[in-house]
Design a binder for this molecule. Sequence first.
Ligand code: CAA
Length: 384
Amino acid sequence: MNFQLSEEQIAVRDAARNFAKTELLPGVIERDEHQKFPKEQIIKLAELGFLGMMVSPEYGGSGMDTVSYVLAMEEISKIDASVSVCMSVNNSLVCWGLETFGTEEQKRKYLTPLAQGMKDGVLYTGAFCLSEPEAGSDATSQRTTAIDNGDHYILNGTKNWITNGNSCSVYLVIAQTDVSKGSRGINAFIVDKNLKGVVVGGKENKLGIRGSDTHSIMFQDVIVPKENRIGADGFGFTFAMKTLAGGRIGIASQALGIGSGAYELALAYSKERKAFGKEIMHHQAIQFKLADMATEIEAARLLCMKAAWEKDQHLDYTLSGSIAKVFASEMAMRTTIEAVQVHGGYGYVKEYHVERLMRDAKITQIYEGTSEVQRIVISRAVLK
Ligand code: CAA
């Protein structure tokens, strides 16, 4: 067993760390306050090659491994989780699914600009449309329909909580094509945002990750060419589940970054703030909090790395991804709450960053499968 990172992996981590400090930290409080989508920052992320990190260079990607992706996600999420969710969705949910299951034509047309994050000098990202007003955790209950009409499908329905919903150029949409077949009557489609009948709803006013671009999307008699279906007829639910298995590694790393970012702030503060005649780091009440945070962060990091390593080795990572996500997201919640506590009253105001990290942490227990859904996946695997 080897816990040593390679030189390339260290270089990726350091580049992400530097980018987060220089490009994301300035303005992060204001973007959160005003729910400003970090477009300029995402464009710079695209220029760094971080929007298609694991995509083969043949399709415009950076050809990196999943371990590098986890390292970059942690560093970006320490500073701005609104940026890292855009990065995670584009990398894990959109590019990975297209590269793994798309046709050569789909890859040339869509994957290449998505992996570069750019087309004709303009930001080009994707969104993953599975959740609906009445189908969240119960993802097989899709109400969105795609009716086969010869050389095209006619798509109708509403998708909810769509990350990158307004800023993206392409949606991967999961829809029911034959309700009598249950989960085997579901398909996935590539849908251009500029097609007639695609309507973007208002931006959600959220507790956390307020800069990220979350919208509902309505599809009203949208004509989707047959060649935009991903995989064989009826493959859509398996496509969604396989894609989400990798997505969960991305969100686990985001949670890891939110937790470790809050811990680093609490650690630094404990060395500066004095109470009862000495820096608060000398009080055991604070030392024990820091020790617990450090322990849980290390455990979460190892779980993320194991899942990433399994993916890089082409092993089944469904179980390890769910374990990493449930542990890291719950660690992030506990750690950020404690980081606010270490800061006392200062932790409750925006300038000290930890209250934002605490708000950002919550979503990692909800999206890409709630903690309860992860426990379904884990218990099914251990009881098999
Ligand atoms: N890989 C491959 N196939 C899988 C699979 C996997 N990991 N998991 C399930 N399947 C297959 C099953 O084998 C089954 O196929 P057959 O019918 O051929 O046997 C089919 O899919 C249906 O599976 P289940 O019977 O297990 O389905 P279920 O109704 O019991 O649901 C669930 C299982 C795990 C709860 C699933 O519905 C689920 O993961 N729900 C959560 C959905 C989710 O994560 N949503 C997040 C939205 S995306 C998002 O948040 C993006 C964003 O913008 C940030």
